[in-house]
Design a protein around this ligand. Structure first.
Ligand SMILES: Nc1nc2c(c(=O)[nH]1)N[C@H]1C(S)=C(S)[C@@H](COP(=O)(O)O)O[C@H]1N2
Ligand SMILES: [Mo]
Length: 218
């Protein structure tokens, strides 16, 4: 091979290639072409509707804990200080709700799911996670979707603490799936060796929920 035309295969170039394939460090611009930004059957809203089971638990940051367990090397229970001491990430992303509204350009602050995965070390056999809300809500997500580079556990929106009606103090945000997968008032994450339906999934919603494939109902 000719050194002039072959790029050097250093550790850094390998890392950079991986970052490029993962779209790492992209914080704003959507990766999809503009005409594909709005998934089929969706319409844009400017407001931010509130949807939940009708119970909005009042969880202070003093009382809040995040329990992570199941198929992980290091099960943990994080209090607020431990959670806020993790690396902090900012992501701008769009919301797509299965009830057909979408909302563009939401500025989230929180902990990237990837940084959480580094902390707990999922077992090789783990394939899915079950998210638990303080209101008793559950929803299941494939581990690969949970680990998406723009997925995060958000405690801030638009530069302010996430309000209680939208799931504060901490909610999940997985932008590339319908919003019912983004559990509000997040209190627990269980790593599983297989798929299991959560609340809406038991009631007919899709196990994965990709808006671009219109995976609304199972
Ligand atoms: N804990 C919890 N999380 C939840 C829900 C819920 O009822 N409880 N509803 C889901 C649904 S169906 C949607 S569309 C979004 C709504 O989030 P929002 O009220 O911030 O718009 O939260 C999702 N996460
Ligand atoms: Mo929803």
């Amino acid at each position: 091979m000719d050194d002039e035309t072959t790029p050097p295969d250093s550790k850094l170039t390998r890392s950079k290639r991986r970052w490029a394939s993962e779209h790492k460090f992209i914080t704003g611009a959507p990766a999809r072409p503009a005409e594909e930004r709005l998934p089929p059957g969706q319409h844009l809203v400017r407001n931010w509707p509130v949807l939940d089971l009708g119970r909005q638990p009042d969880v202070s940051t003093e009382r809040w804990r995040l329990r992570i367990g199941g198929m992980v090397a290091e099960p943990v229970s994080l209090d607020w200080a431990a959670f806020m001491a993790l690396p902090q990430t900012q992501v701008r992303s769009d919301i797509h709700c299965v009830t057909t509204w979408s909302r563009y350009d939401n500025d989230w602050t929180g902990v990237a799911t990837r940084d959480l995965l580094d902390l707990v070390g999922p077992a090789e056999e783990a394939t899915h996670v079950m998210l638990h809300g303080y209101d008793g809500y559950t929803t299941n997500v494939p581990l690969e979707d949970f680990a998406a580079p723009d997925a995060l556990l958000a405690h801030g929106w638009d530069g302010k603490p996430l309000t209680r009606d939208h799931g504060g103090p901490v909610r999940l945000v997985i932008p590339h799936l319908y919003f019912w997968k983004s559990a509000k008032w997040l209190g627990g994450i269980d790593f599983l060796g297989g798929d299991k339906p959560g609340f809406w999934e038991q009631n007919g919603y899709h196990m994965r929920g990709d808006p671009w494939k219109e995976e609304r109902y199972g």
